[in-house]
Design a protein around this ligand. Structure first.
Ligand SMILES: Cc1ncc(C[n+]2csc(CCOP(=O)(O)OP(=O)(O)O)c2C)c(N)n1
Length: 941
């Protein structure tokens, strides 16, 4: 180009060739018909340089045909045909999936876009054009455009349907073209591989059929119809292990789960059979005793399993099928969190070091749930977010065209069940469950994509459901036509057997031998199962007692100094610097506020060797501007987290601002905490009120997992809580909900009122990670900076967490007390402020104590407090939440049990309400003043 004269018609148009020229020629035709029909920039080129075809034909180098040696004359008709051929080729690449054979029951819908006639092309046109008009890798080997289009159809419209044209990365799109058009992931199966595939399909089917006969009428959520899922998950997991991954984490719901347990996780058949409880329908004495202790167990199609094994090259690997509640798809973020935990090296100070080649996540979804449940979209959104990214997840939709009894049109607005993935810039591959070899190709492609781009990919495995939603449902009542088809549809085992025999790979007798051996194995396992009883995984439901060792003042001071250090070239934002500098001398007898105590607690925990991971919306700074664990250079925006540079730290520290999601983030952090038993994992709600968005994670995982599945977690939930006139959705972490869920020491629920208490509670939690329980803390808002909630250095160095803070009166003072006011959280601090306003004398008749740990309820401590007032007439439970909320309904029976007959129990607080807090700050102030006045009134109740 450098030697050419700009402005010359010939030289200008000469720079275009192949598809680009074809495009221009097509545009020129349109331009002639209507100049406004083409883009403005193209229009001005035509105005300046005229017809691109004439320019090319007049060119001195016209004898070197643009399209290659076969084409000597480039008539407008030829050029137009070239443009159309290119359009057709691109349509096949983008939408060939519409004509691919990816559904066992329904023919592909096709599309006019994929037909040459739509473009006015006839075969002769294509035959006369060179393959280069088609572009892409396929053009390299085809002799003509006709052959190239035929080859494209084979590549894009046969047994796999690809959707990648929507991907924003040109590199990824080119990668797919290369993989597909050069058949890079097509490896014909060896005889042994074909035999193994057949055997797995046979196992999948015969196992289901066996259970169907032996455990009549019992739910098992058969895989039949998407049997290929079993070899697919198996192959993916094997590929990961062969590639050097140590862990494979699998999340899936009920459908096909027993089959995956048996054939991928290798849970013994007899163990699975034993869970059918096919005896007399009554639990044994042993089972009942376990239940009475607190063990729940779970149905067989929810339980997880772990398989650990050594690979032929001596490498240790682990497959984990995660425990799963009925709640569809909520396990997705949990599995991502587990995977990330296994990928992170937390053993060194600083940021954890992630290796995405350590753990591989696979998520299996239902077609209805994948589109319908929002948690799926939230989880897909993690795919590239640094704190949540796992280097790519392979998603398989076990698509049976049904959600319970609902048809796809009733369940989604989109064509495919997989369509939401496209919004997250992820590719999709559709494949028929009747074509097991294509299914294996799909997983090979998925694995390669994950390994190349470290992104998620979705496989839409399209099959059917041979039975009803469960095996005793009659699906023909709701889908009679489809089920008539299914009834006569051969199974994939039969289809593949016929194919192998037809290929001459095996005889029918060879395959029968395989079937007979499987049947025999199932029978032997069936004979064994009655002797099997799986004991409860957990029998200890007592309250953990571990606590942290006190930390000397000198050490705290050292940590404090280090937390105020930044690199010499780092400029802390001046206003923030002033705020942080206030912390410098606080350990010399000053006040330590909430966030300061938190940072000090984290410092001591890191020094004891426990890594910390914290996340939540805006948690780096803190919703209330209190935390600042990540500093930003005022000039460069560079980030610096002092806790990642703490001298003496023996483990990693990280805090992440999470995406604006509760459900998936709670799930992720929960999963992380389950896998990373060494780490203190904290999730913080922006306000506690928003935690209820993730309610299924609380109800079905966090509080219940230990007693259902033996799955333990020390996750900390920080839920800002307190009635401060901020109305309904900025007031309550709904402590009542957690108290209702608390039993058998499954969780700890606290609402603490001093920074030292918070300091000790965090440290105690870290010390309990060997015997962990989730910890729910109602954290403060106004107390963050309230001097009444700040503590002195000695409060941090002495003592430990106090489940009850008793502001004890002794001697004559104790004699004078007639009312003991018990409360929990911020209202207790409001009460203390009001009492100091009124003066000691005016409050001589009352004593106060705060129940800082609500659950496990510290009954002995409360009892001691009550006993220290000999003339007590009443115990008041004071709360700022409405009567039907807050701790009152939990406290009432527990307090009642502790009181001597002479002492009455009374409630003071807001009346029952159908909402949370007042919609007006003025009403709030009035009501708050009123309840404090009632609590302190010197009347005789
Ligand atoms: C969150 C949630 N809502 C409702 C249900 C009840 N339910 C169980 S299975 C099912 C249909 C699921 O359809 P799909 O996702 O296509 O999976 P399939 O059962 O067809 O394999 C429903 C609605 C549930 N388990 N979880």
């Amino acid at each position: 180009m450098a030697n050419e004269q700009p402005g010359s018609v010939q030289t200008f148009w000469h720079q275009f060739s192949g598809p680009n020229l074809a495009y221009l020629l097509e545009q020129y035709e349109q331009y002639l018909a209507d100049p406004n029909a083409v883009p403005e920039d193209v229009r001005s080129l035509f105005a300046q340089y005229g017809d691109p075809a004439q320019a090319v034909s007049a060119s001195p180098i016209e004898t070197q045909p643009v399209f290659g040696p076969q084409v000597s004359a480039l008539s407008p008709r030829t050029l137009e045909a070239a443009a159309k051929a290119h359009q057709l080729a691109q349509a096949i690449r983008a939408n060939g999936h519409l004509a691919a054979d990816t559904d066992p029951l329904f023919a592909p819908e096709g599309s006019p876009e994929l037909e040459a006639s739509t473009y006015g092309l006839v075969e002769a046109d294509l035959a006369s054009l060179p393959a280069s008009v088609v572009g892409g890798p396929i053009a390299q080997t085809a002799p003509t455009a006709l052959a190239a289009i035929e080859a494209l159809r084979k590549a894009y419209c046969s047994d796999l349907g690809y959707e990648f044209a929507h991907l924003s990365s040109r590199e990824e799109r080119a990668w797919f073209e290369d993989q597909i058009e050069n058949r890079r992931f097509h490896q014909p199966l060896t005889l042994d591989e074909a035999k193994a595939l057949y055997e797995l399909l046979a196992r999948a089917q015969l196992f289901e059929r066996f259970m169907h006969k032996r455990f009549v009428g019992q739910k098992r959520f058969s895989v039949e119809g998407v049997d290929a899922l079993v070899p697919m998950v198996d192959a993916l997991a094997k590929m990961a292990v062969d590639a050097g991954f140590d862990h494979v984490f699998i999340g899936m719901a009920h459908r096909g789960r027993l089959n995956i347990l048996a054939h991928v996780l290798k849970k013994p058949y007899e163990r699975i059979f034993s869970e059918f409880h096919a005896g007399n329908g009554m639990a044994s004495d042993e089972e009942l005793a376990e239940y009475m202790l607190g063990w729940g167990g779970d149905v067989k199609y929810h339980m997880g399993w772990t398989r650990t094994f050594e690979t032929p090259n001596g490498h240790k690997a682990r497959y984990v099928l995660s425990n799963n509640p009925s709640h569809l798809e909520f396990v997705d973020p949990v599995v991502e969190g587990m995977t990330r935990a296994a990928q992170d090296d937390r053993t060194r100070p600083g940021q954890p070091i992630q290796d995405v080649h350590k753990a591989f996540p696979i998520l299996v979804h239902g077609d209805a749930a994948f589109t319908g449940e929002g948690v799926v979209a939230e989880t897909l959104n993690f795919s590239k977010i640094p704190g949540y990214y796992t280097g790519g997840t392979v998603h398989i939709i076990a698509n049976n065209h049904l959600g319970f009894t609902a048809d796809p049109e009733q369940g989604r607005s989109t064509r495919y069940a997989s369509d939401i993935a496209k919004g997250y810039d992820l590719p999709v591959v559709h494949v028929s469950a009747d074509n097991p070899e294509a299914c294996l190709r799909a997983v090979r492609l998925a694995f390669l994509y994950r390994e190349t781009f470290q992104k998620d990919i979705v496989i839409d495995l399209v099959g059917y459901r041979r039975w009803g939603h469960n095996e005793s449902d009659d699906p023909a009542m709701t889908q009679p036509v489809m089920y008539a088809k299914i009834a006569s549809h051969p199974t994939v085992m039969e289809i593949y057997a016929n194919e192998l025999v037809a290929r001459g790979a095996f005889t029918a007798a060879d395959l029968q031998k395989i079937d007979q051996a499987i049947d025999e194995e199932l029978l032997q396992a069936y004979k064994k199962y009655p002797e099997i009883h799986t004991p409860a995984a957990i029998t200890d439901f007592s309250e953990p007692t571990e606590d942290a060792k006190p930390v000397p003042l000198e050490e705290l001071k050292e940590i404090n100094r280090a937390l105020l250090e930044t690199p010499p070239d780092f400029t802390v934002y001046p206003k923030l610097k002033r705020i942080l500098e206030r912390r410098r001398d606080a350990l010399d007898g000053g006040d330590i506020d909430w966030a300061h105590a938190e940072a000090l607690a984290f410092g001591t925990i890191l020094r004891s060797g426990t890594p910390i991971r914290m996340s939540g919306q805006d948690s780096e700074r803190g919703t209330f501007g209190q935390r600042h664990l990540v500093l930003h250079d005022a000039n460069t925006n560079a980030r610096y987290a002092p806790l990642q540079h703490l001298p003496g730290a023996k483990a990693s520290f990280v805090v992440y601002n999470s995406p604006l999601s509760e459900t998936a983030v709670i799930g992720f952090e929960y999963g992380y905490s389950v896998e990373a038993k060494d780490a203190l994992v904290l999730w913080e709600a922006q306000y506690g009120d928003f935690a209820n968005v993730g309610q299924p994670l609380f109800d079905n995982f966090i509080v219940a997992a230990r007693s259902k599945w033996g799955e333990t977690s020390g996750l900390v939930l920080l839920l800002p809580h307190g009635f401060e006139g901020q109305a309904h959705e900025h007031s309550s972490g709904r402590v009542e909900r957690f108290l209702q869920l608390a039993a058998r020491n499954n969780i700890v629920v606290a609402n603490v009122t001093t920074s030292a208490q918070y300091f000790h509670l965090l440290r105690r939690q870290a010390a309990r990670l060997k015997n962990p329980r989730p910890l729910v803390i109602m954290t403060p808002k106004s107390l963050l900076r309230n001097p009444l909630a700040a503590s002195k250095p000695e409060d941090l160095t002495n003592g430990r967490f106090q489940p009850v803070l008793h502001f004890a009166k002794t001697g004559e003072g104790a004699q004078a007390v007639r009312r003991l006011i018990l409360s929990s959280g911020k209202v207790g601090v409001d009460l203390a402020a009001e009492m100091s306003k009124r003066g000691e004398e005016a409050c001589a008749h009352v004593a106060t104590a705060r129940v800082e740990q609500l659950y496990p309820f510290p009954a002995d401590r409360v009892k001691d407090v009550i006993a220290s007032y000999p003339n007590l007439q009443e115990v008041v439970w004071l709360q700022e939440e409405p009567e039907n909320q807050g701790p009152w309904n939990f406290m009432r029976p527990r307090l009642q049990e502790l009181l001597p007959a002479s002492v009455k129990l009374r409630y003071i607080g807001r009346p029952e309400q159908g909402f949370v807090a007042e919609g007006s700050p003025d009403v709030h102030n009035r009501v708050q003043a009123e309840i404090l006045a009632q609590a302190l009134a010197n009347d005789n109740h």
